[in-house]
Write a protein that binds this ligand. Sequence first.
Ligand SMILES: [Zn+2]
Length: 380
Amino acid sequence: MRHPDRAEHPDLAIGLDVGGTRVKAVGIDRMGSVLSSAVVTVPRSVDGLVAHVVATVNGLCLRFGPATSLGIALPGLVDPQFGARSLPGKLPGLEGFALVDAIQRAIEIPVTCLNDGAAATYGEWRYGAGMGLSDIVVLTLGTGVGSGVVVNGRLFTNANLGSGGGLGHLTIDAEGPRCPCGNRGCAETRISATAMINALWDHVSRGVPSVLAETVLTGPGEARFENLVAAATTGDLLATELLERFIRDLGTTIVSAVHAFNPTAVVIVGGMTVEAAAFLPQVQAYVSAHAWRYPRDRDIPVLVGALADLAGAIGVAAYAREKDPPPQTMTRPGRLDPAEIEAPSAQRGGMTGDLIAATAGAARDVLRSCSTSHGWRVRA
Ligand SMILES: [Zn+2]
């Protein structure tokens, strides 16, 4: 039966952004306009998630006609034609689950998965704050820290990465707290909303005075980043100190990303950016003072995203429709075998050849130790 509101949109593309607590869904037309959006609490099981995805797709197709594609944004290390390969500490059951296969058994539309930070990046680049720019870095600031990079007008992705750039796991304090990824002192352990509230709780529980003490000690989840910003605004010393540290740590993360990718602009998105007025000018000043670029007076603007919390859903819908060429499926574990780093032959002659060979050997040793002690690895 034809839906009473049905209007044909031949290029309907559907995107779902699966987060830690909510699933956001959109249907977009060929111009990227949102035809419909919905947000639900994340289902408790993967079967429930699959059922939700299928019901969403069927509902949108009933209203707007056939869809060209379905994109699903997931946290963690994501295999485009499989699902989440590595997802430490989040969404139990989804890690290693063949999500694409399960959905593809119920619907015929082509399905593509993408890391959620990369999806938000694609959305902001195609239709948001980064539109028209060929090189941007995007950081998503929420319960975790995601990221994505557009280089030379293309989303940076490859078969072994799958994490959207992994900038949330740049080390900004080698002695810092343990991160779920296995590393220490990742940006996510310092600038995510979770990290900020943990730091607040840590200080208050040790007796450091704050107007937020009662709220924080009431129970986990009672205090939010917005509360911390509000407390800092009223002169609370602990909240002010934590907000200043956040500004420095976010600035540090952005400066490292700028040095790695030399973007035209950096875009921040996610729930924490609702409070951007309280930290963005200082973060911009930090980046302008510390980033190495030429000419020296060329500012690298730090912008707030334009698509609010739908950037990931819109982005993955657009990516699934437009990707060209399609991303490769991971065909092997995303772990570089140290034996694959070839020491250059010494045929270059003299000390240079010896030096290069020694450097390659050192790189092998470092990689061997890192690959056994730190970082996310894709399970074969
Ligand atoms: Zn990490």
